[in-house]
Design a protein around this ligand. Sequence first.
Ligand code: DGJ
Length: 737
Amino acid sequence: MFCKKVKTTSTQLGYLFMLNLALVATHSYGQDKVLTVETSHHAIALNVNAKKDLSIIYLGERLAYPDEYMHVEGAYRQPEDYTGLYNAAYTPSGSRNLLEPAITVIHADGNTSLDLQYVNHDVENVQEGVSLLKVFLEDPAYPFEVTLFYKSYYKEDVVEQWTEIKHRENGDVQLLKYASANLYLKAGSFYLRQYHGDWAKEMQPEEAKLTHGIKTLDSKLGTRANLFQPSMFMVSLDKPATEDEGEVIFGALEWSGNFRTDLELDPKDNLRILSGINNDASSYTLPAGKIFTTPAFLYTFSDKGKGQASRNLHNWARNYKLTDGKGSRLTLLNNWESTYFDFNEQKLKELLKDTKKLGVDLFLLDDGWFGNKYPRNGDNAGLGDWAENQAKLPHGIDSLVSEATEDGVKFGIWIEPEMVNPKSELYEMHPDWVIKQPKREEYYFRNQLVLDLSNPEVQGFVYGIVDGLFRKNPGLAYIKWDCNAVIYNAYSAHLQHQSHLYIDYIRGLYKVLARIRAKYPNVPMMLCSGGGGRVDYGALQYFTEFWPSDNTDPMERIFMQWEYSYFFPAISSSNHVTDWGKQPLKFRIDVAMMGKLGFDIVIPKLSQEDLGFCQDAVATYNNIKQVIWQGDQYRLSDPGKHSVASMLYMANDKKNGILFNYLVNNRYDQGSMLPVRLTGLDPGMKYRITELNLYPGTPSSIDADGVYWGDFLMKVGFNPQVNVSRSSVVLKISKAD
Ligand code: DGJ
C-alpha cells in the first residue's frame, strides 16, 4: 500500500530554504493541489485536479512567489485539450489518451486500458541539498500502481526522474512501454540539438526547429548503445540558446542500453518529452508484487544559456555521480597505438621506463595480453580467455606490476569482459553463455559476440575477471573497461522471456559494476566502448572517466570534446596524445590537456626536443590540472562558428584560469582578428595573462607584463594572437598581486 501523505508547511519551507535544501512544497487551491519541486533557479510544478489527474503545469525558471504556479495555465490562450492528458505527468494509454503514452500495459485479464490517478505523495530529504519527491498514482479500475520519483539537487539545478511500476492483479501484467520521465514544456517554438555518430565520429551535432509530430532519438544496439546516437540532447525554448543567453533544457537517460526519447509537439503547440528504456522488442512481464524500476532521466534547465546548463551538470556529476568526482586522476602512457597486439615482456618493460621518463603516473597495458590456446594476437581470437599469454608474458602481470613499482610508476590494464571471440576456450566451454540465435547463423561485430549478462552465472564470471586481477595483483592501479560489439541476434539461453534480454543485460552489467565498486570503491576505471559508444551517466556512476573516441586527431577532438563538454565535466574526459592528425606535437598536447591527459605515442621515437617538451608539458599539466578538473568551464569561441576555438576553465575562487585557443580554419590569413571576451572572471579583480606550453625556442607574442581588470577582459577581451604560426595557444590567467 502507498504510504501516508506528507504536506510541507510554510514554516518548514522557510527552514528548508535556510538550509539550502531542495524544496518540495504543496499548495492547495480549492479542489486543486500544486506540488512544486524547486531548485535554486528552476522549478517544476505538478497539479492535481478534482478528478485526481496529475499534470505538469510549469517547467522553467523558478518563480519568486510559489503560490503563483497555479496561475501559469491561465496565462495561455491555446487550443483545447480534448483529453485533459496532453500535459499528464505520466501519460497512460488505452483510456482517454490520444498522444504518445509514457506507459502502455496489458493487464492480467487482457485489457489494455490504463488510467492513473493521484493517491498521495511523500517527500524525503535525502541529504543536504538533495530532496526526493515520490508521487503515488493508482488505476481506479485495476490494482495497478505507479510511483513517480523526482530527485532534485538544489544548488546544481538538476533533477533525476524515474518510475516504479507494480500491481496486485491475478497474473502477470505485460509492460509494453515504461518511460522514466514525461515532461511538458511551453514556448513559442522549440529547437532540438541532438547528436549522431559512428566509430571515430562521435558527438556530431545537429540542431533544428521541432515541427509537429514526434521526433525520436533512440538506440536499438543493446551494448555499445551510443554508437549511432547518444541519449543526450538539448532543447532551447523560443530561439536557439547561446552559451550565455536563452532558456534551454539538457536531458539524458542514465542507461547504457537501448533508449528512446520522443519529443512530441502536441496539438496545443507545447512540447512533450518522453524518455526511457527503448520498448522495441522489450515488452516486460511483471508478476504481481514485483517492482519494475526504470532508470533515471536526468535534466537541468537554464535560463542563462547552454554554458550554465553544462556547468550545472558538471557540478552535479562531480558532486554526486562520477566515481571520485572530486578526487584526483592519473596521467598515463597507453600502448595501444604504439604496439597494437605486437608486444612482449621486454617491450613492456621498456614502456614502463618510458612512462617514468615521460613523467606520467601510470602505464596502461591495452588489448592483447591474454589467451593461450587462442592467443590474442589480433582481434579475431582469445577474447574471453583472461589468462596471461605465456609467450608474451611468461612471468605474468604480477611481474610487470612489480617492475612498474620499482620504476616508480603505477600499472593499469585493459579488459573487455562482456565479450567473447568464437575462437576462444570460453566459447568452447560455455556456448550457452553467448548471446546468439540458436537457429541462425552467427553474425559478428569486430569478430566477436556478447556474453549474456542477464545470466547470474555470467555476471559472476565477469565480476571474477576483475576481482581475480586485483587479487592476483594487489598493486594494480587502473582498469580500462572496453565494449566493442553491439548485440546481434538477441537471444538468451538463460531467460524465460526473450523480450527481457536488452533490459536484463544492462541490469546484469550494473550488478557486476556495483559489486566491483563495493569491493574496490575508488580504483580508477575508464569507460570505453570502441571509443565513445557507451558514454552515459548510468555507467559513469561506476567509472572515473570515459574514452570519448578512438579518433584522437586533435582537430576532430576540439569539436568532439566541445560537444561532450556540455554534458560531462573535463575530469571525466580521457584525452590522449597520439599520432593521429597532422598537427604539431604542441597542438596535440594542448588539446589533450583539456581533460584528463594521457599519451599513446612511441617515446623513443621522439626527438630530444620533443621529449623535453612532453616532460615539461606533463609538469605544467600537474600544476594546472585542478583548475581543469574542478573549475568552471566557459566556452568562449565556438569552433563550429568561428576560425578560432576558445575554451576557458576558471577556478571557483576566480583567481586562476586556463584559456585554450586553437586555429580551426586553415584558410588564408585566418586567426584571432578580434579579442576573445572572457566569462566568469571577477570584474573587480586584476589579472595577469601569461603563455604556457610554449615549444622550446618559441617566443611568446603575449605581453607578460600586462595587467587587466576582470571587467576589461569580460567586456573587451584579450587577443590570444592565434594565427597559422601560433595555431595553438594556452594562456594562464592569474590574479595579479
Ligand atoms: C577499442 C578502444 O577504443 C581502443 O582504445 C583499444 O582499447 C581497442 N579497443 C583495443 O582492442
